[in-house]
Design a protein around this ligand. Structure first.
Ligand code: S3P
Length: 450
């Protein structure tokens, strides 16, 4: 819900070697899209391995409010009875997306090409995040928006009665903006075209094709992608198995890399090329990550990853890699804090508009734990070495800041405390239990509430 539950401070201290096999939850991006496309298909879509984190549960509730029937079986299988493209109903209450930026932005696209009014809101983090990046193209398609200044939540959208197909060049590296326009294009007659100068995660394109939409992608020699979607298709229900989220796998992968003597296997991780920039970077830093069993499922590549601890060295991460690891810089900065030498990261402007201003949250969290770093407008330099720790980290309602700094605690001389671990449930509800089973130690820390 929009209001935030009581903060739950948590500490992590030095941990012994991490070991064993683990499976992190389903991919968040694919989970949101499975529910949304399932809600627009004609018939029953089944979803196995759905991420049952708060962000995705909010999307499930939103799709119910828009008319889809969604049930979870005891086996963990989800069944979605879709209403068909153009068949969404006007909700009778405000649709609250909690902390979920992807959920709300994609849903705005979904309702844009139907003449229904929908009011969206979110938690204290989401109401601060920019929505204009999605509303701008949707306005071009005919959507009316009633919003407070600066296009922030809460806001009401009235979808277009006669939506117009557009050609939209995405001005920033954002899969959410691309996806919102494509989802709006589903209910729009004719051809909706999205031009994407910088390649971002392509789950929407892959899944639209899987659900039977007519979508084509041309990539020119500079890597600019032109995506064309024919509107008003009949989407065919699918049987989906959601692969494990590489952005969640990032936490145990870095933990096992930096905690001496560790040896773990993370099973069934999605290896989509638009998502594995962190693995590439860790390998350049000297990490011991082995791709054990690569296989194909539902148009995506999956692998088991064996990770053993290794001595890392600092590297320069090219700015061009940012879109393929945008959510992974907080945990990369933690790895960099333990590496020999300097790690330079650039092209980070999008980090400032995530669940928190992640660039400053990371820099401040490192500094209060005695790590030497310098923050620029869109860059970060971390100088690694032994980590003193002992700091209290402000997480600003950001799950990835909380998980990253708890992992820093595993190798710090004194325990690291985060002011609120409650938000971890938005994306990785099993984080603490999986890490504890692998050998990590956490301690609830009521005395250090912010
Ligand atoms: C996402 C896209 C990314 C990412 C977010 C999930 C998606 O955001 O940070 O966690 O599922 O499309 P942007 O597209 O805004 O960069």
């Amino acid at each position: 819900m929009g209001s935030h539950a009581a903060a739950r401070p948590l500490s992590a201290g030095r941990s012994g070697p991490l070991s064993g096999r683990m499976r992190v939850p389903g991919d968040k991006s694919i989970s949101h899209r499975s529910l949304m496309l399932g809600a627009l298909a004609v018939g029953e879509t089944t979803i196995d391995g759905l991420l049952e984190g708060d962000d995705v549960l909010n999307t499930a509730n939103a799709m119910r409010a828009l008319g889809a029937t969604i049930v979870r079986e005891e086996t963990g299988r989800w069944r979605v009875h879709g209403v068909g493209v153009g068949g969404l109903l006007e909700p009778t209450h405000v649709v609250d997306f909690g902390n979920a930026g992807t959920g709300v932005r994609l849903c705005m696209g979904l309702v844009a090409s139907q003449p229904i009014a929908v009011t969206f809101t979110g938690d204290a983090s989401l109401v601060k995040r920019p929505m204009g990046r999605v509303l701008d193209p949707l306005r071009q398609m005919g959507v009316e928006v009633l919003a407070r200044s600066g296009d922030r939540l809460p806001l009401t959208i009235r979808g277009a009665a006669a939506p117009m197909p557009v050609t939209y060049r995405v001005p920033m590296a954002s899969a959410q903006v691309k996806s919102a326009v494509l989802l709006a294009g589903l209910g729009t007659p004719g051809l909706t075209t999205v031009v994407e100068p910088v390649f971002t995660r392509d789950h929407t394109e892959r899944m639209l094709a899987g659900f039977g939409a007519a979508i084509s992608i041309d990539t020119d020699r500079d890597g600019v992608r032109t995506i064309r979607l024919e509107g008003r298709p009949e989407l065919k229900p699918q049987a989906i198995t959601v692969p494990s989220d590489p952005s969640s796998a990032a936490f145990p992968i870095v933990a096992a890399t930096i905690v001496p003597g560790s040896d773990i296997v993370v099973e069934g991780v999605l290896m989509n090329p638009a998502r594995i920039g962190l693995i590439e970077t860790l390998l350049e830093m000297g990490a011991a990550i082995e791709v054990v069993a690569e296989r194909q499922t539902g148009g995506e590549t999956l692998a088991d990853l064996r990770v053993r601890s290794a001595e890392l060295k600092g590297v320069t991460v090219p700015a061009s890699r940012a879109p393929s690891m945008i959510d992974e810089y907080p945990i990369l900065a933690v790895a960099a804090a333990t590496a020999a030498g300097e790690t330079r990261m650039s092209g980070l402007e999008e980090m400032r508009v995530k669940e928190s201003d992640r660039l400053s949250a990371v820099a401040n969290g490192l500094k209060v734990n005695g790590v030497d770093c310098t923050e620029g407008p869109d860059w970060l330099v971390v100088r690694g070495g032994p980590v003193p720790g002992g700091g209290l980290v402000a997480t600003h309602l950001d799950h990835r800041i909380a998980m990253s700094f708890l992992i820093l605690g595993f190798v710090a001389q004194s325990p690291v405390t985060v002011d609120d671990a409650a938000m971890i449930a938005t994306s990785f509800p099993t984080f603490e239990s999986l890490m504890t089973d692998a050998g990590a130690s956490f301690r609830a820390d009521e005395d250090r509430a912010a």
